[in-house]
Design a protein around this ligand. Structure first.
Ligand SMILES: [Zn+2]
Length: 293
């Protein structure tokens, strides 16, 4: 089962649909950041949502989905590109609570207030909009985001089911928007049944996103399929540039106190080792060459 996001049209219903399967992506994120089960499950929804939001953008664009909250999770950040590269992190990887069921399922993690912010980057331009969390449930709060910030009637469903002791058994999501002449009542009705239908598909063991699409929207026309993968843009060179940006005094301080260091990337957890030789190189580039023995 490969992770992917698939875009489609359901012409007879006047709907535009994206479906995502993000199981491997969520498992890799969990492993990279050492996420506790509850944090991993909520972040899996965030990663799936990132894939869905990116699928709505034009070529070469990327989106950031940021959530801030006053609960133990404190927040997460997802960066997703139209080409399917996704990365991100959770503010408190250790956040773990027994998740309740029903409407208040996520309050134990998310708390009672916070906001969602979406940043879109396209052709060097940035657009940001935010909404307060009201449902304290990612899919419903995304519906609110689309209504308030984009004025586009949208229904989002995000589901994660466990398989045995794997909390990230299957991770999938669906986003449905009405086409300009679409039936808004049908969309609202669909929104009511979508979470249950998605859950039923996941509980049946999941599969390819096309299979999910076919199960939910018979008669659809697939427009595009983009494979999703966890991918970060960090590198040793960028890590060195980050240190250089601290300035010569701070780098000198690292040389004097530690001799070497490591820069850990927030987004992917990769650790970039920085040797004394590297630090000397940075100091030289900052106009402070070292006297070496
Ligand atoms: Zn990275």
């Amino acid at each position: 089962m490969a992770d992917a996001v698939v875009r489609a049209l359901v012409p007879q219903a006047g709907l535009k649909v994206s479906v995502v399967v993000a199981t491997e992506l969520a498992r890799e994120a969990r492993q990279r950041h050492g996420l506790a089960p509850a944090a991993a499950v909520l972040f899996a929804q965030g990663l799936a949502a990132g894939g869905l939001l990116a699928s709505l953008q034009k070529e070469e664009a990327r989106i950031n989905l940021q959530l801030e909250c006053d609960g133990p999770l404190r927040g997460f950040f997802v960066d997703a590109s139209v080409s399917g590269a996704v990365r991100g992190y959770v503010k408190n990887p250790a956040a773990d609570v027994a998740l309740a069921s029903g409407r208040f399922q996520w309050r134990g993690l998310l708390g009672n207030q916070g906001f969602i912010s979406v940043l879109k980057e396209s052709g060097g331009q940035y657009y940001r909009s935010s909404v307060e969390l009201t449902a304290m449930q990612l899919s419903e709060d995304l519906n609110h985001y689309f209504r308030a910030s984009e004025q586009v009637p949208t229904r989002v469903a995000l589901e994660v089911t466990a398989i045995g002791d794997e909390p990230l058994g299957v991770v999938a999501g669906v986003l449905v928007q009405a086409l300009p002449d679409g039936d808004l009542e049908a969309l609202a009705e669909l929104g009511r049944v979508l979470p249950e239908r998605l859950r039923a598909w996941l509980e049946g063991g999941g599969g390819e996103p096309e299979a999910l699409l076919g199960a939910l929207f018979p008669g659809e026309t697939v427009l595009a399929r983009v494979p999703l993968r966890f991918s970060c843009t960090c590198s040793r060179e960028r890590a060195l540039a980050t240190l250089a940006a601290l300035g010569a005094d701070d780098v000198q301080n690292i040389v004097d106190t530690m001799g070497s260091t490591a820069v850990t990337c927030h987004f992917c957890g990769s650790k970039h080792e920085v040797s004394l030789e590297d630090l000397w190189g940075i100091l030289a580039s900052l106009g402070r060459p070292q006297l070496r023995n």
